[in-house]
Design a protein around this ligand. Structure first.
Ligand SMILES: *Cc1c(COP(=O)(O)O)cnc(C)c1O
Length: 411
């Protein structure tokens, strides 16, 4: 019998002979194949299943985009490109990876504050859709379009006057560096007309990491009414309406998975009205974390086992430098444990003990699990951190303390 799962995330991965399987491969064998620890591993099957799950709940008319900053590993982005309708990028570097997948350039959208002239030029030249976030970007796009003899594909990113309630990260509402304030949009739509820029539509992103279906439904309703209001200020038909995403995944004890059913039902109910008012609008949602976060694990090896004044410490070769979020973001948040397991000791009958799992860095912040009940582990065992497929490796300070970077595998 296998151990009672520490977290629902663990149940996504099968267990065989007490060993966790990732991509169908026992973790001990996968570690040999990678050749070193620590590493990140992403499970193709789980990625595909997650996209299918979202599709099963969303109305078919709604397009699904992957926000690749959640996980920019090229092989993973390539896999996702075959499953989704578009890729959202946030830098020139991400644009290159997205274009390399063969995704049609018109299905790649580039949002983010402070785009450089070089980045905008590359996006226009490639035929990607630019989500402009300021007056400066609009003026630059008009000049670049003229210079290249290419009409830029332009969407206005709007900073709404509301936010996604209870979201882990506020990306809209109030004063923000993101997007064009909704109340300033009429003026900038006028400017677009003067500059000869066609506006294809609007991108309205109000927040991230929400586990509350009602909050997401409410934000989507506000987004549709804002889009209608904005549409009344432009002569161009609204063709693209990106309503953001914000679907979260559970990380900590007590958090429950987001229920997509009511979100899909509310969207299905709202679409006919949106279609009547904005008949040319293609509605899309953009998701990063929700699509990839649960499909990835971070794996580190126990290299020392110490007891300090009665407390057991498992010292691993991985930590904060590879996985900042699991460590607690440099102590800026009240730290809670990510779901963690000993990947080669998944048996229910294993004797358990309370341990802290730490990394090799010279800071008490380098903590992967604090006083957690885990099977008794030995040097050489594999510590697994679940929920590590999004904002893991690329969102961590790998240069800190000059340890080797963590390789990534897609299996
Ligand atoms: C980062 C980002 C996303 C993805 O957010 P997730 O929480 O990973 O789904 C979506 N849209 C925009 C504009 C973003 O900047």
């Amino acid at each position: 019998m296998n151990a009672k799962p520490v977290h629902a995330a663990q149940t996504l991965f099968p267990v065989e002979d007490d060993c966790l399987l990732v991509g169908g491969i026992p973790l001990t064998r996968l570690a040999q194949r990678v050749g070193s620890t620590p590493f990140y591993a992403y499970d193709r099957r789980l990625l595909s299943e997650r996209v299918a799950h979202v599709r099963a709940h969303l109305p078919p008319a709604v397009e699904l985009h992957f926000s690749m900053k959640a996980n920019p590993m090229p092989a993973l982005v390539q896999h996702m490109a075959g499953l989704v309708d578009g890729i959202d990028v946030a830098s020139g570097g991400e644009l290159k990876v997205a274009l390399d997948t063969g995704m049609a350039p018109g299905r790649i959208s580039f949002a983010g504050p402070g785009k450089s002239e070089a980045e905008l030029t590359r996006a226009v030249a490639a035929g990607a859709v630019v989500h402009a976030e300021s007056e400066r970007e609009l003026r630059l796009l008009a000049a670049i379009g003229e210079q290249l003899g290419i009409a830029p594909l332009l969407v206005l990113r709007i900073n709404p006057d509301y936010e996604l309630k209870g979201s882990g990260m506020r990306m809209g509402g109030g004063a923000k560096q993101f997007g064009i304030d909704a109340e300033d949009a009429p003026r900038l739509l006028n400017l677009c007309a003067q500059l000869g820029l066609t506006v294809l539509g609007f991108h309205i992103f109000s927040g991230s990491q929400s586990l509350k279906a009602e909050a997401i439904i409410e934000a989507q309703a506000q987004t549709f009414s804002l889009a209608r209001e904005l549409a009344s200020h432009t002569r161009d038909p609204v063709r693209i309406l990106n309503i953001g995403g914000g679907f979260g995944i559970p990380y900590f004890p007590g958090e429950a998975a987001l229920d997509l059913a009511p979100i899909g039902e509310a969207l299905a109910a709202a679409l006919p009205g949106v279609g009547a008012d904005l008949p040319d609008a293609q509605v899309s949602i953009e998701l990063g974390r929700y699509l990839v976060g649960e499909a990835g694990v971070y794996v580190a090896r126990v290299i020392d086992r110490k007891v300090s004044r009665g407390q057991v410490f498992l010292v691993t070769d991985g930590g904060l430098h590879h996985h900042l979020a699991a460590s607690g973001n440099f102590g800026q948040v009240i730290r809670k444990n990510y779901p963690v397991a000993i990947g080669n000791r998944m048996s229910a009958s294993a004797a358990r003990e309370s341990v802290s799992v730490v990394g090799p860095l010279c800071t008490p912040l380098d903590l992967l699990a604090e006083r957690m009940e885990l099977p008794q582990a030995q040097v050489g065992d594999l510590v697994v951190v679940f929920q590590s497929g999004a904002y893991g490796r690329s969102a961590s300070p790998q240069g800190f303390l000059s340890h080797p970077d963590a390789p990534e595998v897609l299996v």
